[in-house]
Design a protein around this ligand. Structure first.
Ligand code: DON
Length: 576
C-alpha cells in the first residue's frame, strides 16, 4: 500500500462514520515533512501538480506576467489535477500588480441557479438533507472558473499571450493523457467510487469493467480537450452558451438539478477590492466575501497582534493556545455574520477593526481554553474532507497571484457532464441548508448564508498576499474546507512572528479549531508533549487532518523561494 494511502486510511479512521461513509475525505494530511524549497531569481510557480507548475514557469520565461502564468496553470490543473483543478467549479484569484500598486480580487465563485429557494436542501420534514446538496445536481453551482480565468487574462494579463496560447498546454495534456500517479493515483484509489458511479465519468476515469483507473494507466480526456479547444477558439462564451452549455445543463438536470441555460448565460465573474489588514507592520491582502477567508484571517491576526507570539516560541503550547482561542472567536463570528455580501449585510468594518479585535483579545485567558459554548451556545458534529487547490505565482516584474479554486469535494459531485469532459462541482453544499445545520466541513451558518437565487455560497478560500513596504513578500493559500483559514493563518504567523523560511513555515504541523465542534484537531506531526500541554490548558485535542496543501512563495533578498507543500504527492515549486 503506498505510504500516503496508508496515512490517509489512518486519518479516516479518526473521522466520524458519517464522513467515512460519505467518502469525501481527502488524503490531505501526510505527516509534516519539509516542503523542498526551490530558489529562483526571476519567476516562480508553486502548485499542487508538477506539470502545471512547469507550464506556468514556461509562460513566465517567455515574457508572460504572473496573471498569464496563473491562467495557464488554472487551465492545466483542470486536466492534471482533476480532483480540484477545474472548469466546472469556481474560486478566487488575488492579484497584486506592482506597477500600478494595485491589488484586486477576482471572484469567480459559483452561483446558485435562479430557481434556488431557501429550502432547496431540506427534506420533507424540514431537516437538512446532505444527499441533496452533496450528491445530487441540486448541489451544483453555476461554474465560474472559465469566466474568472478569461477575465483575469483580459484585464490583467501582459497582452503578450492570447487566451488560446495559455490554454494550449492544457489541451495537449488532455489529448496526450497524463499518467495515473502521485495525487491522481492516491485520490482515484481512495475516492474513484464517487466518479465511476456516473456512467459519463466512468468512461473517462474508469476501466471497461467499471473500476477506477489505477497505476500504469493514462488518463485520457478527449472531450475535455474539445471543450478547451472551443474556449480557445471562441473565448468563454463557448462554455456559457451554445452546445457545451446545453450539455452542462443536461448533465446537471439528469442528476436532479435546477440549472438552466439562462443561469449559465448570465454568469459573471466579479472584480472586488480585497480585504486589507495590517499585521506587525506588514499589509495583509486576502479574499473578500463571498469568501470568509480574508475577513477571518485578518480578524485572527488582529487578535494575535496583541500577544507576544515571537517570545512564546514557534510551536510552543502557549503560542498555539492563543491561536486556537483566536480561531474559536473568529469562527463563531463566521457562523453568525458571513454570507454573500452582494445579497446580505456583512459587518465588515467591525469584523476587521483593531478595536473589535482588542475586545476579543481581552476575552482570551492565556492559561485556559474557553469552552466554545460560552462563546455562543451550540454544538455540532465534526465533518471533514474534500478538496480544493491553491497555487502561487510571482513574476520578475514583482506581480503576484494567489489563486484558490475548487470543485468543493474531491472531483466535486463526481459527475462529468456527458460530452464535455467537465466535472461538476457540489459547491452549493457550502450554503447553510438551514440555520445551524452543518455543511460537509461541519461549518454552521445563519440566514446570512441561506441558499437563494443567484447567490454565492460562503467560502473559506483564503488566497493571501503579504506586502512589506508595498511589495509582495509572501504569496500563500491552501485547500482544506474549514481548515483553509487556519492553515493560512499559521503559514503567515510562522513567517512573520517566528521568522521561519517559507518551506519550514509550510511544513510545520498545524492545528485547527473552528469553534464548533469544540475540539482542536492537530496534525500527527505535532509533538505529543505539546498536545499534552494543550490538554492541560483544557483543550480537547484530536489528531487528524488539520491542514491542506499550502503551496507558497516567499520573496526574499536572496531571491524567490518556492515551497510546494509535501502533504500531498506530486506538487512542485518551479522557477527560473
Ligand atoms: O469554498 C469553500 O470553502 C469550500 N468549498 C472549499 C472546499 C475545500 O477546500 C476542500 N478542500 N480540502
Amino acid at each position: 500500500m503506498p505510504r500516503l494511502v496508508s496515512i490517509a486510511a489512518v486519518l479516516i479512521a479518526f473521522l466520524p462514520a458519517s464522513l467515512a461513509a460519505q467518502d469525501a475525505a481527502a488524503p490531505s494530511s501526510r505527516s509534516a515533512q519539509a516542503a523542498p524549497a526551490v530558489l529562483a531569481r526571476h519567476g516562480m510557480v508553486a502548485s499542487q501538480e508538477k506539470r502545471a507548475s512547469e507550464i506556468g514557469v514556461d509562460i513566465l520565461r517567455r515574457g508572460g506576467n504572473a496573471v498569464d502564468a496563473a491562467v495557464a496553470v488554472g487551465f492545466a490543473l483542470a486536466v492534471t489535477l482533476p480532483r480540484a483543478g477545474n472548469l466546472g467549479g469556481g474560486g478566487f484569484m488575488l492579484v497584486h500588480l506592482s506597477r500600478r500598486h494595485q491589488s484586486i480580487a477576482i471572484d469567480y465563485r459559483e452561483t446558485a441557479p435562479a430557481a434556488t429557494t431557501s429550502d432547496v436542501f431540506l427534506d420533507q420534514n424540514g431537516e437538512a438533507d446532505p444527499a441533496r446538496s452533496r450528491d445530487s445536481g441540486l448541489g451544483v453551482g453555476v461554474p465560474g472558473t472559465v469566466a474568472g480565468l478569461a477575465l483575469a487574462h483580459r484585464r490583467y494579463g501582459s497582452g503578450r499571450f492570447t487566451l488560446a496560447e495559455l490554454i494550449a498546454p492544457a489541451i495537449r495534456l488532455a489529448r496526450a493523457g497524463v499518467p495515473v500517479e502521485d495525487d491522481l493515483l492516491d485520490t482515484l484509489t481512495l475516492l474513484g467510487g464517487r466518479l465511476v458511479r456516473w456512467p459519463s465519468s466512468a468512461r473517462i476515469f474508469g476501466h471497461a469493467d467499471g473500476t477506477p483507473l489505477t497505476a500504469g494507466d493514462q488518463l485520457m480526456q478527449v472531450d475535455l480537450a474539445e471543450t478547451l479547444e472551443a474556449i480557445a477558439r471562441q473565448g468563454p462564451s463557448a462554455f456559457y452558451r451554445g452546445p457545451i452549455a446545453d450539455k452542462l445543463v443536461a448533465g446537471v438536470r439528469t442528476a436532479g438539478g435546477l440549472m438552466t441555460r439562462e443561469d449559465l448565460r448570465d454568469y459573471r465573474a466579479v472584480v472586488r477590492p480585497p480585504v486589507h489588514g495590517r499585521y506587525r507592520g506588514r499589509t495583509i491582502l486576502s479574499m473578500s466575501p463571498p469568501s470568509s477567508g480574508g475577513v477571518h484571517l485578518v480578524e485572527m491576526l488582529n487578535i494575535l497582534e496583541r500577544f507576544p507570539l515571537r517570545s512564546l516560541g514557534a510551536g510552543s503550547p502557549a503560542a498555539l493556545h492563543l491561536m486556537i482561542e483566536a480561531m474559536k472567536l473568529a469562527y463563531a463570528d463566521r457562523a453568525e455574520y458571513l454570507g454573500d455580501s452582494d445579497m446580505v449585510n456583512v459587518p465588515l468594518t467591525r469584523l476587521l477593526s483593531k478595536r473589535y479585535a482588542a475586545t476579543l483579545a481581552a476575552q482570551i485567558d492565556p492559561e485556559r481554553a474557553r469552552p466554545a459554548r460560552d462563546i455562543r451556545p451550540d454544538s455540532r458534529a465534526l465533518h471533514d474532507g474534500a478538496n480544493t487547490t491553491h497555487f502561487s505565482v510571482v513574476d520578475r516584474f514583482g506581480n503576484a497571484v494567489a489563486n484558490t479554486y475548487s470543485l468543493n469535494f474531491n472531483y466535486g459531485l463526481g459527475l462529468v457532464a456527458d460530452g464535455t469532459g467537465v466535472l461538476l462541482n457540489n459547491t452549493l453544499d457550502d450554503f447553510a441548508a438551514k440555520p445551524g445545520a452543518p455543511n460537509a466541513f461541519g461549518l454552521v451558518g445563519s440566514a446570512a448564508n441561506a441558499p437563494g437565487p443567484r447567490k454565492r455560497p460562503l467560502s473559506s478560500m483564503t488566497p493571501a498576499i503579504v506586502l512589506a513596504r508595498g511589495r509582495p513578500v509572501l504569496v500563500t493559500g491552501a485547500p482544506g474546507g474549514s481548515r483553509i483559514i487556519t492553515s493560512v493563518l499559521q503559514v503567515i504567523v510562522n513567517t512573520i512572528d517566528f521568522a521561519q523560511p517559507v518551506a519550514e513555515a509550510v511544513a510545520a504541523p498545524r492545528v485547527h479549531h473552528q469553534w464548533m465542534p469544540d475540539h482542536v484537531v492537530v496534525e500527527p506531526g505535532l509533538a505529543s508533549a505539546t498536545s499534552e500541554a494543550l490538554r492541560r490548558r483544557g483543550h480537547d485535542v484530536r489528531i487528524g487532518p488539520a491542514a491542506g496543501s499550502a503551496n507558497s512563495i516567499a520573496v526574499t533578498p536572496a531571491g524567490l523561494v518556492g515551497a510546494a507543500d509535501a502533504r500531498v504527492r506530486g506538487g512542485l515549486a518551479a522557477g527560473y
